[in-house]
Design a protein around this ligand. Structure first.
Ligand SMILES: [Cu+2]
Length: 636
């Protein structure tokens, strides 16, 4: 036998053996993770079978007080879906494993959302236009402000395709129709001042190439106007270039009704918003904070307020403050708002990045010191640690600004009850992580899962893919992580995890920029996994068999349980509403507890900043930390 033939034979043996070795290791791993002792210690993951027609790009998720999971894609970061106006929302019922489709009227992709006191989910903003990358911009484009100096003649409407001309004779066409209000007259100290009416619109150069590019502010005439019109109506623009055009925000707003399972339109936002954070305040109003406007520009600090009784948005100039998009905000016990420093994706690289306490009554902002890796707050997550009474917030992971390859293992914890709150070191994550999902569990621990070390699951330290499969549970009492079972699906950008009423955690989404090779476009992750924490393998669960549907803040309520003798604690968990690892809703509130023979009496704290009005899951935990299935109660 020649040397070459021997080599070939050996190669065949090696190739033939490899799958057998892998299959052996795989079988051993499967055996290990399914053992009772393993599940008791690390928990257990299971893949959820999702019928074909209900596989969507999960961008937003919320747990409704019907116990069902609202999964919102909108156009799902898919340009074709956007252009076809194919917007998706599905509802998953964890008690029956059934999915249903919900009609989605507009593109709520990248809206903000939070629960209202009555349990409706307020969803505001979304996508008006998709981004256009610099390489795809053929015609120079920019935002044109059309001004109207005439107080007479009412608003003026200009159709799509209206031409504006530069001094050098280049023509630019409006992308949409635009209505310009009349000028307004105001008297200042006896003199009448005229303030021009104005409206903004995208314009695209009529000709391709560089000739129509304008890099400085300039004035433009509206083609075809004569006489007084030509003097009173004109355009001004800062620049018309081939620069990348960012996603544009929408101004639609809905209350999603969990019972009728439909979107109900409310008054529009005052500003278009893409990537806003919505946060409920103690009185029941909601603030919309930050976002990109309809032209993809970050809002320069204009925030607004939703009045749930009137179902409309009002300007809040008294709360002018600049934040990057999707700021990580948490309602504090005293009604102030803590900005953890977490944010997602857009904004100045210097302004608005320092965490602090925002007093929304006086619009004062007090920065807090101590955050390590302060330049890696983008795509970090933050969470009000359990129980809410401790007023501690944790920030986890995060990465450098934009498509930075940098990310951090850092977690820091701040105690907002201190006189001068400051972040202090928490335990490191096992690996640097962006987009980490954090989920409060009823036993006062925090489950963390998913994320990637690199930007959108991509390149990190030479590896083209960087999804993280390790999960861990943070225990605030020990300020330490314990290891949990590995997930089997990688989840990075546009992914989320939420606690279910049965104590499990559902994980969805994932939007890698590239595939495994790092060369081709990635595919949105549509598989769903469910994690059963270790507490579900540690003995019989206590049960709640009766009790009121409503409890009053500061009041007590009695719940029937055959397990009263071993109930050790009671918690109200506010259901999650999460997108881009931003969740202003989830919190866990400790209740006072008195046991009798077959009932427990719980006491709800008094402060609305601790227990904002709304629907909660009541969990009872036994003396070994095993939780009941939750019972829904409304706090008034
Ligand atoms: Cu996004």
């Amino acid at each position: 036998m020649s040397g070459l033939a021997t080599l070939v034979v050996l190669a065949v043996v090696v190739v033939a053996n490899r799958p057998m070795v892998a299959a052996g290791a795989e079988a051993l791993h499967t055996y290990q993770i399914n053992r009772q002792s393993y599940k008791e210690r690390f928990g257990h993951w299971a893949r959820l079978p999702v019928p074909h027609g209900f596989r969507v790009n999960a961008i937003h998720a919320a747990l409704l007080h019907t116990g069902k999971v609202l999964i919102v894609a909108g156009s799902g970061n898919n340009r074709d879906a956007f252009e076809e106006k194919s917007f998706r929302t599905v509802i998953y019922d964890p008690s029956t494993d059934e999915f249903t489709e919900v009609e989605t009227p507009t593109d709520v992709f990248c809206a903000g959302h939070t629960f209202l006191p009555d349990g409706n989910l307020l969803i505001a903003g979304g996508t008006k236009s998709y981004e256009v990358l610099e390489k795809d911009v053929e015609h120079a484009a920019g935002v044109m402000k059309i001004k109207n100096e005439s107080p007479d003649g009412g608003p003026r409407e200009f159709p799509k395709g209206t031409r504006l001309l530069s001094a050098s004779g280049q023509a630019y066409l409006t992308r949409t129709k635009v209505t310009v209000p009349a000028a307004s007259k105001m008297t200042h100290g006896g003199t009448v001042m005229v303030h021009a009416g104005e409206a903004e619109v995208w314009v695209d150069a009529e000709r391709k190439g560089d000739a129509p590019v304008v890099r400085e502010p300039a004035q433009y005439t509206l083609d075809g106007l004569t006489g007084a019109d030509a003097r009173n109506l004109y355009g001004v623009s800062d620049k018309i270039t081939h620069e990348k055009q960012e996603y544009g925000g929408d101004k639609t707003s809905y209350e999603f009704d969990p019972v009728k399972e439909q979107y109900v339109r409310t008054g529009d936002l005052r500003d278009h918003r893409w990537y806003p954070t919505l946060i409920g305040l103690t009185g029941g109003d909601v603030l919309a904070v930050s976002g990109l406007d309809e032209f993809g520009r970050i809002l320069p600090g204009r925030n607004e307020r939703y009045l749930p009784k009137e179902k409309r948005w009002v300007a809040a100039p008294e709360l002018k403050r600049y934040f990057p998009t999707y700021p990580g905000l948490h309602l504090m016990a005293d009604g102030k708002v803590f900005y953890s420093g977490s944010n997602a994706g857009y904004g100045s690289d210097t302004e608005g990045r320092i965490p602090g306490v925002w007093d929304v009554r006086k619009n004062r902002f007090r920065e807090v010191p101590g955050l390590r890796d302060p330049r890696m707050t983008e795509t970090s997550s933050s969470v009000l640690l359990p129980p809410a009474q401790d007023q501690k917030v944790m920030i986890l992971g995060g990465g450098g600004i934009g498509e930075s390859e940098e990310s951090t293992r850092r977690t820091d914890v701040i105690d907002l009850d201190e006189k001068k709150p400051a972040y202090r070191p928490g335990p490191d994550l096992p690996r640097p992580a962006r987009y980490l999902s954090t989920v409060l569990l009823p036993d006062d621990s925090v489950f963390t899962t998913g994320g990637s070390s690199g930007y959108r699951g991509g390149m990190y330290r030479g590896n083209p893919r960087s999804d993280l499969f390790n999960s861990q549970i943070y225990r605030p009492d020990r300020n330490a992580f314990v290891t949990a079972a590995d997930s089997t699906v990688g989840r990075n950008y546009h992914s989320e995890a939420i606690l279910l009423p049965d104590g499990r955690v559902i994980t969805m989404g994932g939007d890698p920029l590239y595939d495994r090779s790092g060369k081709n476009a990635g595919t949105f992750e549509q598989r769903i996994e469910v994690f059963s924490p270790p507490y579900l393998f540690q003995g019989e669960r206590p049960r709640i068999t009766g009790g009121p549907e409503e409890v009053a803040r500061g009041g007590t309520a009695r719940f029937a349980t055959p397990d009263a003798g071993r109930i050790a604690s009671a918690r109200l968990l506010k259901p999650s509403s999460v997108t881009h690892v931003t969740d202003t809703d989830q919190r866990s509130v400790a209740l006072g507890l008195k046991r009798s023979a077959a009932t427990v009496e719980v006491t709800v704290p008094e402060k609305a900043g601790l227990v904002p009005s709304g629907w909660y899951m009541l969990f009872l935990m036994d003396d070994s930390g095993v939780p009941s299935v939750a019972r829904w109660v409304r706090v008034r």
